[in-house]
Design a protein around this ligand. Sequence first.
Ligand code: ATP
Ligand code: MG
Length: 250
Amino acid sequence: MTLYPLPLEYILLSPLRGSGRGSSFIMIKLENIKKVFRTDVVETTALGGISLEVKDGEFVAIMGPSGCGKSTLLNILGLLDNPTEGHYWLDGVEVGGLRERQRTLTRRGQIGFVFQSFNLIDELTVEQNIELPLKYLGVPAAERKERVTEIMRRMAISHRANHYPQQLSGGQQQRVAIARAVVVKPKLVLADEPTGNLDTKNGKEVMDLLTQLNAEGTTVVMVTHSQRDAAYATRIINLLDGMVVEKTLL
Ligand SMILES: Nc1ncnc2c1ncn2[C@@H]1O[C@H](COP(=O)(O)OP(=O)(O)OP(=O)(O)O)[C@@H](O)[C@H]1O
Ligand SMILES: [Mg+2]
């Protein structure tokens, strides 16, 4: 008989949970994560054995040349994909081997994603796009309305509530994408080159929003090519050919 059905990591780590920014609670722990993409003809090792930790409340930038595995790593962190090998603990619970349905359920409400290409749904208005994750979570209509209204106000997009994504500027689309990512109040926000398609001014706005969310306690992991954006982070993890080569505390 097992005395403790929970994973050992969970028992060790959970008493520290919730103490917010600056706490030593480890939100993300990766141990020797490998990812190999196989087709009939080629085998690509995208991640060659990544071990790292991200503490609750950190703002981490992941940097490295094109093709070094940044997006692959972020997709694994965000439970959009499984590693081929290795262990991943999220909030002390091992999630690296979850099946797709479990990954989706675990992701919902806990993790918000922001992509370089915004990834909004063209057929839905700004308001409907932002509301969608709340619908998935089964939040009642009245509360959905309240939360969407509030987040649109914060992201300065209320005046475009009934527009469709194609009718918005790039900066506006990314603000909607951030609103959609954070409307569920996730503990972790993952952003893959969130300013990659934006001009300097809109890029700075997006970085300021992520910084604000982080100051309120949200853990942020962001992939970027920009030294300027990386300077917003509290730590930089440098990748090369699917391996961590350097971790810099800012
Ligand atoms: N679905 C896939 N099938 C096969 N190979 C893939 C797949 N996704 C990524 N790769 C390969 O894995 C490696 C890492 O890709 P990844 O997209 O993680 O790089 P990246 O660091 O995000 O690059 P960029 O800065 O250009 O976005 C690349 O060599 C890529 O070709
Ligand atoms: Mg990428």
